[in-house]
Design a protein around this ligand. Sequence first.
Ligand code: FAD
Ligand code: DLZ
Ligand code: SF4
Length: 519
Amino acid sequence: MPASSHGVLRVVLGDQCSRGLASLRDLDPARDVVLLAEVMGECTYVRHHKQKIVLVLSVMRHFARALAVRGVRVDHIRLDDPENTGTLAGEVARAVARHAPEGIVCTVPGEWRVLADMRGWEEATGLPVEIRDDDRFLSDLGWFRRWAQGKKQLRMEFFYREMRRATGLLMEGEAPAGGAWNYDAENRRKLEPGLVPPAPRRFPPDAITREVMALVETRFPGHFGTLEAFAWPVTAREAEAALADFITARLPRFGDYQDAMATGEPVLFHALLSTSLNAGLLSPRACCEAAEAAWREGRAPLNAVEGFIRQILGWREFVRGVYWLKMPDYAGLNALEATRPLPWSWWSGETRMNCVAQAVRQTRDLAYAHHIQRLMVTGNFALLAGLDPAAVNEWYLTVYADAYEWVELPNTHGMAIHADGGVMGSKPYAASGAYINRMSDYCRGCAYDVKQSTGPGACPFNALYWDFLARHERRFANNPRLAMPLQTLRKMDPAKRQALRDSAAAFLAGPELDPAAPG
Ligand code: FAD
Ligand code: DLZ
Ligand code: SF4
């Protein structure tokens, strides 16, 4: 990297590898330098799944190369550079010393802790630091704040309708396409025997990715997960191919089977696009427009297309708004006063609960589980068993290749375990084994009996569900969405109620809940 002519230092983080990134927009290739820094601090602030580290470092290396090919001056610090300080702040300071820039330009990061760090760079370097809004989203955080102001409860559905109106996606004039905003009720089929989902397109590691894989195996041998099945897109071109594959092969049935779970079918008809979206390889607008075009051209039905667009235009934007509106306090909330440590089985996959074993083993091998596995298997278990929210959040941030706090925290803390007391959802997604049995084939292969509620052979979700309601009966007494199960609980024969609570207590004190080994 030649000495500078005093342009601007433009810092790009590992999940900001987007051509149109705010901090790259007015780049002067003759004077400016783009800094991409692979640092230990970002690889270890949680012990990320090996696939996530490979993904992010490989995306950075491919992006650095693409910028350089376009004539941009790139200063790419590799993880194994002997001078590497290990932190973003340290690498910014070193880059300032190398290039003597007039100032620093960056884009708001996806995590509060990194923004707090970035805010210190001006003082640390003595240079002006401009932190630009991240506009790779369909909504703007100022608008979200105004929308949220004065509302007692934030509801995704109302936010989503505003977003449909604002973007014109799936709209016919002022009305939603097809006459309804939401076709969720049509999206609840179980995978029928004989229906084999198409294998998603894989992106086998190229030389750059293979080099990063070797590095990760050497530097992070104790991190969770395996690398053998790594097949994530690592460039914008690959991400576009992944989107095209989804739209053609899986979108038409995305809606029907959105909530289904099946042994040996980790993806079903899901998009597998979150890693690309969150790393910046794909734009949310491109995903929504491609889906809408498929519907308008008769290639996919409306329930599928609306369901998919709702996930991106609705949920993804909504959770980001909640994160930035409620942080930093949000991370510390624990409305249900849950304190139980994480069970070791969440790392080992060794549990007699087949649904949990399937979700954890698949997560270990793929760094992926689809939404219903995250919400209704592990999430539901964490909620019912009262697992400590901080430990649960750390687990979700650690194990998924698409996990960054802005999207992981509200989904976990808010949607799955109700630690936020209802900011994100009007009721906790608590469910007994019957739900998992209805939506999957897991119970058929389980050591526990989903039809039983008490005793050592009974499905643990059943007693835990009633025990959860009993424990929090007063808190949820006035929640209309829990009125029915609470009424059933109140009318329950006291002996049966006691038996359920005893069963739950025995399970919670048993080997399935053996806590994670320290360290
Ligand atoms: P699909 O089901 O095919 O959905 C399409 C796209 O919609 C996804 O790629 C994603 O970008 C978006 N999307 C869908 N649901 C959500 C949602 N609830 N919130 C935000 N975006 C959504 N998603 C992450 O991207 N990172 C996370 O760390 C993450 N943690 C989660 C933790 C829990 C406890 C739960 C319940 C959900 C979490 N999600 C997270 C949301 C969701 O599970 C994933 O986005 C999805 O499984 C990714 O797989 P896919 O691309 O096949 O998604
Ligand atoms: C996740 C990650 C990893 C593993 N490594 C790096 C890195 O070495 N350098 C970098 O700039 N970013 C990395 N990231 C992504 C950051 O953790 C991410 O930008 C913040 O968490 C904010 O979303
Ligand atoms: Fe899960 Fe219970 Fe079904 Fe076993 S019986 S797979 S624990 S829901």
